[in-house]
Design a protein around this ligand. Structure first.
Ligand SMILES: Nc1ncnc2c1ncn2[C@@H]1O[C@H](COP(=O)(O)OP(=O)(O)OP(=O)(O)O)[C@@H](O)[C@H]1O
Length: 584
């Protein structure tokens, strides 16, 4: 069982290490604050020494040399404290934000796909980058400094109170009142901050949509219409940013003025006490020094205080994401048989929506090729995603080798499956590494052999740096056929016992098609194969064909059995055969 987190740690969403580091950062900043008094005190002594001739004394040069030496030692101490403070605040907060980002990314990886239906990419990017950056900034620039200043001023004033409580009160009183002003405005600032954060998110969604859709925008000559939406989102964001800054500015300036009035109050209290003989000159000057030393940073930090409210908004968003239950399951349970049973399964994407898969009950035998066919939108891809547990079924069970996939951790389940989808995702990395993703522990020989078997070597050899050619973002320079062959190479390298294959719909030239067919032939040897077939002639030899229509299985059998049944399969097959003879 994990250690219980303290309320502060939980409120700031810190890891155990992050919380420990924050406490260390506060201690380091407090130490720096106190170290700053050393040069100030030395300075005060020098001034007192220089004033001696005016009170009938003479300057002691021995004392002056001592102060000079103490000044140098003080400067060294301040430098060392600052260095330590820098390390404890900045380095620690960057480390914490890295850990938070990794934790969020790990969590996102384990979330069910339904989450990605309701959250778009911008929202998740904002969580990972923007919200964590807000945390990073307040942990490095706001919390340690503000808390350490409050500690410093409280300690100094408490000590001073023993000497003269009136001066201590004059120094101290304006600080809590200033903080109170900022915290009293919390509701207004949070409301404005929330609106601004939402506008930022909408603007980033618009930017992303605009950039992603730039090809369509150009092709359909949508420039001005599409840009209007982006412009509107950016304008709203600007207006709300100004409102937010203005809203917090009023309170911050008020609080800053109040703190500054504390200097006047200290001077006033000090002078009247001095004139009434209730305080001596040196302690009074000391008070003024303290005021200027401590108030300076506090005035600066009051500007940063509204960020704490913004931070709360970011934390709430990150917490909402972290509270989404990830898909769980056994991480080790071995799957020994590879037949797949779909037992009365039903599934809908949206809780209020219609069922996409309706009471499907079929077997996909081990070591055989099963084809899934049906009209567009009948649920073929959905069914294959349910087998891979990208989503969990709402009713019934998906079993592999007699084990309900819900019992298996999705990452463990993936060890038994290879995918060849139409929308092949390629990373901005070398061709070699893009293939190796299939099996990170594969040797170079294995990677090259898989590439050869998938007939990738033919086009890779023509690339400027061969296997070391960097593909660019999502491999945009590769043709559809080449992308699919890379994906087959990955699957060959993985050598998983179950293969889910989404046959390309795009019309490939006969040469590419034959290359891909040969590569697929090697991939599926001896495996449990489920192929989503769009061109029915390619699956005529499949061991089993399942025909889906509107989420239901309406026919199943071999090609000849289905042709005899004279149903949907025969109709689809005949239409495709006829269309082969068409020419444009
Ligand atoms: N992520 C999603 N969220 C909501 N609905 C979805 C989602 N993916 C698919 N659908 C819907 O589910 C239905 C079945 O889609 P699916 O992609 O499984 O069909 P398909 O038979 O594979 O189609 P195609 O042959 O055109 O690829 C469609 O009506 C589709 O709009």
């Amino acid at each position: 069982m994990g250690k219980k987190k303290s309320t502060v740690q939980d409120a700031l969403m810190l890891t155990d290490k992050g919380y420990r580091d924050l406490k260390k950062a506060i201690a380091a900043c407090t130490l720096t604050n106190f170290s700053m008094f050393i040069p100030a005190m030395v300075m005060l002594q020098v001034v007192m020494e220089l004033l001696k001739p005016f009170t009938g004394g003479s300057i002691s040069w021995t004392n002056m040399w001592i102060y000079f030496g103490l000044g140098i030692i003080g400067a060294v101490i301040v430098f060392l404290c600052n260095k330590n403070d820098y390390k404890k605040t900045y380095v620690a907060s960057y480390m914490e934000s890295e850990n938070t980002r990794i934790a969020l990314a790990e969590h996102i990886r384990k979330l069910p796909m339904s989450v990605f239906n309701s959250k778009n990419l911008s929202e998740l990017t904002t969580n990972l980058m923007g919200d964590v950056a807000t945390s990073e900034h307040v942990l490095s620039h706001v919390y340690p400094q503000i808390i350490s200043n409050v500690i410093t001023i409280t300690v100094v004033c408490s000590m001073f109170a023993f000497y003269d409580w009136r001066m201590a009160l004059a120094i101290f009183i304006s600080v809590p009142v200033a903080f109170l002003i900022i915290f009293a405005s919390r509701r207004i600032q949070e409301r404005l901050g929330k609106k601004h954060a939402q506008a930022k998110l909408e603007a980033s969604e618009q930017v992303q949509e605009y950039i992603e859709g730039i090809k369509v925008v150009k092709a359909c000559n949508l420039d001005s219409q599409q840009f209007q939406a982006l412009e509107k989102a950016l304008r709203t964001m600007k207006n709300l940013a100004i409102k937010f800054e203005f809203g917090s500015g009023v309170f911050v300036t008020g609080a800053q003025m109040l703190v500054q009035s504390g200097i006047g109050l200290t001077v006033f209290a000090g002078t009247s006490l001095l004139l009434n003989g209730k305080i001596e000159l040196v302690p009074m000057l000391l008070c003024l020094l303290i005021v200027t030393r401590i108030y300076g940073p506090i005035i600066t930090e009051l500007t940063l205080l509204p960020e704490l409210f913004y931070h709360q908004i970011a934390i709430r968003r990150m917490r909402t994401l972290m509270n989404i239950q990830p898909m769980e399951g056994d991480t080790e349970k071995p799957v020994k048989e590879y037949d797949i049973e779909l037992k009365n399964i039903s599934f809908r994407y949206n809780p209020q929506g219609e069922e996409t898969i309706k009471n499907v009950n079929v077997t996909i035998p081990a070591g055989a090729i099963t084809a899934l066919v049906g009209p567009s939108g009948s649920g073929k891809s959905t069914l294959s995603r349910l087998i891979a547990r990208f989503w969990d079924v709402n009713k019934g069970q998906v079993e592999i080798g007699g084990i309900d996939v819900k019992e298996l951790d999705p990452e463990h389940l993936m060890e038994y499956m290879s995918f060849v989808f139409q929308d092949v995702v390629l990373f901005n990395d070398t061709v070699y590494n893009n293939i190796k993703i299939g099996n990170m522990s594969a040797t170079e020989e294995q990677v090259l052999a898989a590439a050869k078997a998938a007939r990738c070597d033919e086009f890779i050899d023509k690339m400027p740096d061969g296997y070391q050619t960097v593909l660019g973002e999502n491999g945009s320079t590769l043709s559809g056929g080449e992308r699919q062959r890379l994906s087959i190479a990955r699957a060959l390298l993985k050598d998983a016992p179950i293969v889910l294959l989404d046959e390309a719909t795009a019309s490939l030239d006969p040469e590419s098609e034959s290359c891909i067919q040969q590569a697929i032939g090697r991939l599926i040897q001896g495996k449990t194969v489920l192929v989503i077939a769009h061109r029915l002639r390619t699956i005529a030899k499949a061991d089993k064909i399942i025909v889906l229509d509107d989420g239901k299985v309406i026919e199943q059998g071999t090609h000849s059995e289905l042709m005899e049944q004279n149903g949907l399969y025969k109709r689809l097959y005949t239409i495709q055969q006829e269309s082969l003879g068409w020419s444009v």
